[in-house]
Design a protein around this ligand. Structure first.
Ligand code: 2RA
Length: 338
C-alpha cells in the first residue's frame, strides 16, 4: 500500500486522476490532495470520505511515496524536485522535465522499460503526443516509420476548466442571441471557430505544442530519426483530441497489415467500417482509456505510406490515465525504489 499525493487536485486533470485512482483500485494506504492557495480549502470526496485540499508547501511531501502532479510547468519546476528529495517519485503531467535527459518520458504501451531509470521524477507526455505514439509504435516496430505528417483537432478541455468554460459561455451567448464574452483563455473566440494556435509561437513559426509533438515522439519511441511534421488546431469540441495522421515507412505498408497489428496492440481499438459509417468520434471516445483508430487507407501515391484518423480522451489517456498507468508500472519495480 502506498502513500499518495495528488497535486493540482482541483484542476480538470486532477479531478480525473482522483476518479481513476478509485476506478483502478490503486493500492492506497493514505492519500492527500494538494493545490495552490487559491484552491486549498475546497473538498474532495475519495473512497466515500471527504478530504480538504491542502496548500502546496515543501513540507507536504513528507512520508509520501508517489506524487501524481498536474500543475503549470513553473510550479512543477519548483515543487517536483522538492518532492523527489523528500523520497517520493513524482509522475509529472507538466512540460517542465519532459526533455530532461535524466527524466524518463513514458507511455506504458510504448516504453514501460524507461520507468526503471527514474531518479525521482517521471514525465507524462503531452496529450497530443501520447495518443499518436500509441498508434505509431506497432507500425514502427513492423515497418520502421521515417516521417509523420499530423494535423490535430484538439478539444478545449486540453486548456483546462477555463477552456471548457470559454467554449460553453460563448456558445450559450450565441444561442441566446447575445454578444459572446470576450476570449481570455484562447486568442480568438473558440465557439463556431477553429484556431491554428495551441500554446505560444516560436521564432521558427511553429507553436510550442507542435514542437512538443516532434521532440517527445522521438524521445518516447527512442528513435531520433523519426521526422514529425505537425499542425495543431484547437476546435470547438469539449473533450477528446482527434488527429489526422499520414505515416511514411521504410518498408511498404498496407491498411490490412496495420489493422492486424493494431488489433493485437495494447490500449488500441480499431473502429473502421466506412460502409456502416463507423469511425472514431470525439463524442463516443470520451470517458474511455483507449486510443481509437479508423479511416485507415493507403496513400494514393506511395506504397510506403498510410493515412488514418486517431481519437482519444485527452484528459484520460492523454493525461490522467497515462499518469496512473506510470504509477502502476512503478509498483512493478523493486519496492525500495518506489
Ligand atoms: C492542450 N496539449 O490541448 C494541451 C494540454 N496539455 O492545450
Amino acid at each position: 500500500m502506498k502513500s499518495v499525493a495528488v497535486v493540482g487536485a482541483s484542476g480538470a486533470v486532477g479531478d480525473v486522476m482522483i476518479r481513476l485512482l478509485q476506478e483502478r483500485k490503486f493500492p492506497i494506504g493514505s492519500i492527500k490532495f494538494l493545490a495552490s492557495e487559491r484552491s486549498a480549502g475546497k473538498t474532495v470526496v475519495f473512497g466515500g470520505k471527504t478530504f480538504t485540499i491542502e496548500p502546496l508547501t515543501p513540507e507536504a511531501f513528507q512520508g509520501v511515496d508517489i506524487v501524481l502532479s498536474s500543475t503549470p510547468a513553473s510550479i512543477s519546476r519548483e515543487y517536483s524536485p522538492i518532492a523527489a528529495r523528500a523520497g517520493a517519485v513524482v509522475v509529472d503531467n507538466s512540460s517542465a522535465f519532459r526533455m530532461d535527459p535524466n527524466v524518463p518520458l513514458v507511455v506504458p504501451e510504448v516504453n514501460p522499460q524507461d520507468v526503471a531509470r527514474h531518479q525521482g521524477i517521471i514525465a507524462n507526455p503531452n496529450c497530443s503526443t501520447i495518443q499518436m505514439v500509441v498508434a505509431l509504435k506497432p507500425l514502427h516496430d513492423a515497418f520502421r516509420i521515417r516521417r509523420v505528417i499530423v494535423s490535430t483537432y484538439q478539444a478545449v478541455s486540453g486548456a483546462g476548466q477555463k477552456g471548457i468554460h470559454e467554449l460553453q459561455s460563448q456558445t450559450e451567448a450565441h444561442v441566446a442571441g447575445q454578444d459572446a464574452p470576450a476570449p481570455s483563455k484562447f486568442a480568438h473566440p473558440i465557439a463556431f471557430n477553429c484556431l491554428p494556435q495551441i500554446d505560444d509561437f516560436l521564432p521558427n513559426g511553429y507553436t510550442k505544442e507542435e514542437i512538443k509533438m516532434v521532440l517527445e515522439t522521438r524521445k518516447i519511441m527512442g528513435d531520433e530519426s523519426i521526422d514529425v511534421c505537425p499542425t495543431c488546431i484547437r476546435v470547438p469540441v469539449l473533450n477528446c483530441h482527434s488527429e489526422s495522421i499520414l505515416v511514411e515507412t521504410e518498408r511498404p505498408i498496407t491498411p490490412e497489415a496495420a489493422r492486424q497489428l493494431w488489433a493485437s496492440a495494447p490500449g488500441l481499438v480499431v473502429v473502421d467500417d466506412p460502409e456502416a459509417r463507423l469511425y472514431p468520434l470525439p463524442a463516443s471516445c470520451s470517458d474511455r482509456d483507449e486510443v481509437f483508430v479508423g479511416r485507415i487507407r493507403q496513400d494514393l501515391h506511395n506504397p510506403n505510406a498510410l493515412l488514418f484518423w486517431c481519437v482519444s480522451d485527452n484528459l484520460r489517456k492523454g493525461a490522467a490515465t497515462n499518469a496512473v498507468q506510470i504509477a502502476e508500472e512503478l509498483l512493478k519495480l523493486d519496492p525500495v525504489r518506489v
